[in-house]
Design a protein around this ligand. Structure first.
Ligand SMILES: [Zn+2]
Length: 278
């Protein structure tokens, strides 16, 4: 589906700030290394790679730029900063059990597009935002794409009506910073989707030794109660609920029991947090 973006490239460029200190940037176009943004405070340089500004954190920024400029040598400093992790999709390939369990009809993704401007953080290959960010280049490349991590966004405060991330927070090492960044750059509402760790299906995954619980880039589990505690601690107004996005017939059947008092929560696969700013 083609999305008509509500933010043009000039507006997007005006919203950029340094992801470290939220300070002003200079755009330098005449340089032997190509176009880049330079922070007027910390002097960090953010090059354009593949036409997208590279606002990734120190270390990772150099690594990603080098990947696209076929220059594989990395400074010692960058090497020590990025650790073992490198950006790229490492999805588990579904085996026959997963295919049986996930058999069903529908897309199974979050579809409603808000009326205002939307920032899709960690957009992946199904970008839905007027502006989209991720730590690697999605395929196909969406409109208004920016390389950035979810916990260090290169945008001014209140830049977008809505900020959304779907199935990103479980991949992020700094989830609380990530929630705070979503809140900072949003004008009205934040939406965060992730897996419900209290879901009964997790035990089926354990029995069959398959599924998202064994994904090597999942670092945190999320439950309704713990997520609510974080929002309370940050003094954010909002709600945290469980639901099922899965097209799987099995998952849909499970949610018939969702109305059960106290234990209903274990029959929902997904978790949804909504934070209101105004
Ligand atoms: Zn800076």
């Amino acid at each position: 589906m083609k999305i008509t973006t509500k933010i043009n490239s000039i507006e997007l460029r005006r919203s950029f700030v340094c992801p470290y200190d939220h300070h002003k940037l200079l755009f330098l176009s005449k340089n032997s290394e190509g176009k880049k943004y330079v922070c007027t405070l910390c002097k960090r340089e953010y090059p354009l790679v593949n036409k997208a500004p590279n606002f990734l954190p120190d270390g990772l920024r150099e690594w990603t730029t080098n990947q696209y400029r076929s220059n594989k040598t990395l400074s010692k400093k960058s090497e020590s900063m990025i650790g073992k992790w490198k950006p790229g999709f490492r999805g588990w390939s579904p085996n026959c059990w997963i295919k049986i369990l996930s058999f069903g009809v529908g897309e199974g993704r979050i579809t409603p597009i808000p009326k205002g401007s939307l920032l899709d953080v960690g957009c992946g290959d199904v970008a839905k935002g007027d502006v989209n960010t991720d730590v690697y280049f999605p395929s196909p490349l969406p409109e208004n794409f920016v390389l950035a991590t979810a916990e260090q966004l290169p945008f001014k405060d209140n830049s977008f009506d809505m900020v959304r991330s779907a199935y990103v927070i479980e991949h992020n090492l700094y989830p609380v910073e990530m929630i705070k960044e979503h809140f900072r750059v949003c004008k009205k509402q934040v939406e965060i989707y992730t897996d419900n760790s209290d879901w009964l299906g997790v035990y089926i995954y354990r029995l069959l030794n398959i599924g998202s619980i064994f994904h090597d880039e999942h670092y945190f589990k999320w439950s309704v109660e713990y997520f609510r505690n974080i929002l309370n601690r940050l003094n954010y107004k909002g709600k945290v609920e469980v639901f099922n996005t899965s097209p799987s017939i099995l998952v849909k059947m499970m949610s018939w029991f969702g109305k059960l008092p106290r234990i209903g929560i274990v029959f929902y696969r997904d978790l949804y947090a909504e934070i209101y700013k105004k």
